[in-house]
Ligand binder design. Structure first.
Ligand code: NAP
Length: 453
């Protein structure tokens, strides 16, 4: 499996893939580890999770560099990602015992029962390259602390990140087999899902992968959590602080060079403030300087793979060919390279890719609406429902409209961001199930009723 620097095109490493026999050995090791791991107390497991946080912080520069080299993220964002992983480890180390404590139930006939939370066994995590550490840690921290064992199938363009994550858990002193990385392509995933010792699957990735993996797991009656794409609306009403909204909007579109499921992708602006917003938004986007991802001054470097840059360009081109207005002229990638310059597109109609599809890169779709009613209708006119941002200075209005938006989260006067304390996940084609917070740790446990007769 090839680890390639998308900024230079240089081959960094050729990582050997696991054979079918290796996969079997790894799964059996995961099951053997589970038998011991599930018997340890949550306190013991939490203490190792705190150790993992320490390892991450101690080796922050090393891991940040691997991330930037392998997928092109600017180094400051890679460092922040490693820090965030340490945070989620510490969060679950502190909270898991409380989240998973037995819950007594007092029945009307004075009989007693309780709910206990048992781990399930090996959980397969199929993960994307865009936040190659964070996506994995937000799966691993709750699940390992709950007593499950983890099997990672990472995206094929980030094998060095995958191995580095396994190293974190090894260095932290987790027993062998509690967290393992499979270096395999997507074709091998079904075999892993079908293995009797693999109990459930979580996927963060595209809708297409979600359809395939959930069908495969469904055939085996194994639970799935799906964290899929998003086309998050960023709604700015006329009473909002437009300057702050525009600056935040640019940040929310440009973070990770636009390759974030919860990046703001559709900017829905009330007519009286449209021109003011667009002017400021465009300036902020233009202020991002391109350069080497390892250079501290760089605002953005490149997309994670040349084919992703090409795919995004085709969405832009097709929209422009169908009549979209170019508000900010970006540029097409050089064939075979991952570079890209941001676009802002307006005058979009439902048949254009920039209206209806997820734009997984630095392309903003803007819409002018006449009032808040039209804004909410436009926000909900999407197959996706992951996050959303709503900008207004009227708190009562914000609360009322937040209920009307079809998404897994609404952030008021802020950009959408993941946080260990907040449940994270989507509705509609953005998937189902939740990660993070108390909800996240309860996805892959057996919620067992114990009745005392
Ligand atoms: P992707 O192509 O679906 O890949 C994600 C993972 O799924 C990779 O490990 C990939 O392996 C694997 N995969 C793909 N097709 C598969 C199949 N048929 N069977 C088994 N495994 C398969 O997604 P991506 O383009 O890398 O990532 C971007 C997408 O992820 C976007 O839509 C984004 O919005 C979404 N995302 C969602 C969240 C969230 O929390 N909701 C977070 C981040 C990203 P290979 O690399 O080997 O193909």
């Amino acid at each position: 499996m090839k680890s390639i620097n998308p900024y230079t095109g240089e081959l960094l490493k050729d990582v050997e893939e696991h054979s079918e026999e290796d996969i079997d050995i790894i799964i059996n090791k995961g099951e053997a580890a589970f038998q011991g791991w599930k018997k340890r107390s949550i306190a013991e497991r939490s203490s190792l999770m705190n150790k993992a946080a320490e390892i991450l912080r101690k080796n922050k520069e090393k891991y940040a560099e691997i991330i930037s080299l392998e997928m092109g993220k600017v180094i400051s964002e890679s460092r922040a990602e490693v820090e965030k992983c340490a945070w989620v480890c510490e969060y679950y180390a502190e909270k898991s015992a409380g989240f998973l404590k037995d819950e007594p139930i007092y029945l009307p006939d004075r009989k007693k029962a309780k709910v206990v939370y048992d781990p399930m066994g090996i959980i397969l995590a199929v993960m994307p390259w865009n936040f190659p550490f964070w996506q994995v840690f937000r799966f691993a921290a709750p699940n390992l602390t709950a007593g499950n064992t983890g099997l990672l199938k990472h995206a094929s363009n980030v094998p060095q990140c995958a191995l580095a994550i396994e190293e974190v858990f090894t260095k932290a002193g987790f027993p062998k087999g509690v967290f393992q990385t499979l270096i395999i392509g997507s074709k091998e995933v079904e075999k892993v899902i079908n293995h009797s010792k693999v109990k459930a699957v979580t996927l963060t990735g595209s809708e297409k992968a979600g359809q395939i993996i959930s069908a495969q797991a469904g055939k085996q009656i194994k639970k799935t959590v799906l964290e899929l794409g998003g086309s998050d609306p960023f709604i700015v009403l006329k009473d909002a602080d437009i300057e702050v909204a525009a600056e935040t909007a640019a940040k929310s579109r440009m973070i990770n060079f636009g390759q974030s499921c919860i990046a703001a992708k559709r900017f829905i602006i009330e007519a009286p403030v449209y021109d003011q917003f667009i002017k400021a938004f465009k300036t902020h986007i233009q202020n991002y300087q391109s350069g080497d991802p390892l250079d501290e001054k760089t605002g953005y470097a490149c997309m994670a793979r040349p084919d992703l840059a090409e795919e995004l360009y085709q969405q832009v081109k097709s929209s422009i060919d169908q009549g979209a207005k170019v508000i900010l002229e970006g540029s097409r990638p050089d064939k075979g390279k991952a570079n890209f310059k941001p676009y802002i597109l307006g005058d979009l109609s439902p048949d254009m890719p920039a209206y209806s599809e997820e734009l997984f890169g630095p392309v903003a779709a803007v819409f002018k609406v006449k009032d808040e009613k039209e804004a909410i209708a436009m926000a909900n006119d999407s197959d996706f429902g992951l996050g959303s941002a709503l900008w207004t200075s009227d708190a009562a209005k914000a609360d009322r409209l937040a209920r009307e938006i079809e998404s897994g989260a609404v952030f008021i006067n802020s950009m959408v961001a993941s946080n260990p304390h907040l449940p994270f996940g989507g509705i509609k084609n953005s998937g189902y199930g939740r990660e993070l917070a108390e909800n996240g740790i309860k996805e892959f446990v057996n919620i067992k009723t114990v009745f005392i007769g």
